[in-house]
Design a protein around this ligand. Structure first.
Ligand code: HSE
Length: 430
């Protein structure tokens, strides 16, 4: 780019994994960003308690402190990138920065999901921008795709593998035949899963991201409490193996749809056909599949976490925040929504695995109950007994039905004397 370069001072709130990656990228890409985008981006201040982290990055100690006032009161800082995670003190600090007219860049999905409206209000008052590409799917530019590339479309559907930890665990179970507990332990050993893995394994992390992405896709607030959520902790190696027999792969999916003006949003384990593009997304990789009414299907694939992939999204937002003369606003985020705007009794096919007594009449009683609740079966598979107990596993796959019908049918089947247990119910996506 010819002509004047804009000098932009940045503050980094924390230099842990992603903050550190961001610092490295800013240093490494400075000349390129100056030349191509006309922005001379430098780090003017870092908030960090742990001196070993700033020392490891070779940061000049004179720009490091633990006092947010040093950021707020420095007019040379126009962009603040936050890496604290969690809602506090991130929210208080960022609102102060926004009210001062600074732009904010964050990878904090919980904060954006829960407090989008307050941050947006502060940005509007201060005049700065609110940028959060890194909050959803790390280095994959899904936010920018939704906000800056889909103007000509009504988005009909998002379907994504938007949590790397669970994808790693499920891939490991599928490849090695290990059970959930072992795969989780390996994921923790390799640093993919936290010591307390519940945010990932119970689907909260994916639900935060789905809330943000769905709000942007449908221009309507999709609060986390309107997202159905189920984690992967009940998935057994057996389910994954039976899925293979049916040509299906098990993934934790974030799915949302716009149907007749209502939104359906859900995070849960789901089988997809082995030939679906998402089935080939393995290990800690993420991917998001979008359907637009004009563009058709799009899939974005990449790293959803990590210092440099997420730092890549952060630095991209910093450059955007610096060059944009009109920051994007999200007026819909303040609109009131009610239960009537969302679909809770959603439709799906289902895989149901149960243990039953292997005797005449069992199958017909079960089929009768499915029929009573309008659930039509496409496939039944009975496995040979594995011991002398007379108990065998049966797997049913249904046609498309809905949550209410399945839960009523399963409740009634569970009460049958010949049914020892309902081992699992897993949705099957088209
Ligand atoms: N813990 C997340 C994951 C990365 O496993 O994908 C940050 O959201």
């Amino acid at each position: 780019m010819d002509g004047e370069k804009i000098k932009v001072g940045a503050a980094l709130l924390g230099v842990g994994v992603v903050g550190g990656g961001t610092y490295k990228i800013i240093t490494e890409q400075r000349e390129k960003i100056k030349k191509i985008y006309g922005v001379d981006l430098t780090v003017r201040h870092i908030l960090e308690r742990d001196k070993s982290k700033t020392d490891a990055l070779g940061v000049d100690p004179s720009i490091v402190s633990t006092d947010i006032e040093n950021v707020l009161n420095d007019d040379g800082i126009q962009v603040v990138a936050e890496f604290f995670g969690g809602t506090e003190p991130a929210k208080t600090f960022l609102i102060k920065c926004l009210m001062k007219g600074k732009s904010v860049v964050t990878s904090n999905k919980e904060l954006v999901c829960k407090h989008f409206a307050e941050l947006e209000d502060a940005a509007r008052i201060g005049g700065g921008g609110l940028y959060f590409e890194a909050s959803c799917v790390g280095g994959v530019p899904i936010v920018r795709t939704l906000t800056d590339a889909m103007q000509a479309n009504d988005i009909r559907e998002i379907k994504g593998i938007i949590n790397g930890t669970t994808n790693y665990i499920l891939s490991r179970m599928a490849n090695d035949g290990t059970d959930y507990a072992d795969a989780l332990k390996t994921a923790q050993k390799l640093g993919y899963a936290e010591a307390d893995p519940t945010a990932d394994t119970e689907g909260y992390d994916a639900a935060y991201k789905l809330s943000i992405l769905s709000s942007l896709a449908y221009n309507k607030r999709v609060p986390i409490d309107k997202i159905f959520r189920e984690g992967i902790n009940n998935v057994a190696a057996e389910d994954i193996n039976f899925g293979k027999e049916f040509g299906m792969t098990l993934k934790l999916l974030g799915i949302s749809k716009s149907i007749g003006g209502k939104i359906e949003a859900r995070v849960h384990p789901a089988f997809i056909g082995d030939n679906h593009p998402l089935a080939s997304v393995k290990g800690s990789f993420n991917a998001v599949y979008l359907k637009g009414n004009n563009v058709g299907d799009i899939m974005l694939y990449g790293r959803g976490a990590g210092d440099l992939p997420t730092g890549s999204a952060i630095v991209s937002d910093m450059v955007f925040a610096s060059v944009n003369t009109r920051h994007r606003r999200y007026p819909f985020i303040n609109e009131t929504v009610s239960d009537g705007d969302f679909i809770s009794n959603f439709s799906s096919k289902y895989y149901i695995r149960m243990k039953v007594t292997d005797k005449a009449g069992t199958l017909s009683k079960i089929s009768g109950i499915f029929g009573r609740f309008g659930v039509s079966i496409t496939t039944v598979l009975q496995k040979p007994p594995t011991d002398e107990s007379g108990i065998v596993s049966i797997i049913f796959i249904t046609h498309i039905t809905n949550e209410n019908a399945i839960s009523e049918a399963v409740k009634a089947i569970k009460d049958l004397e010949s049914v020892a247990e309902i081992s699992n119910v897993i949705r099957v996506e088209e």
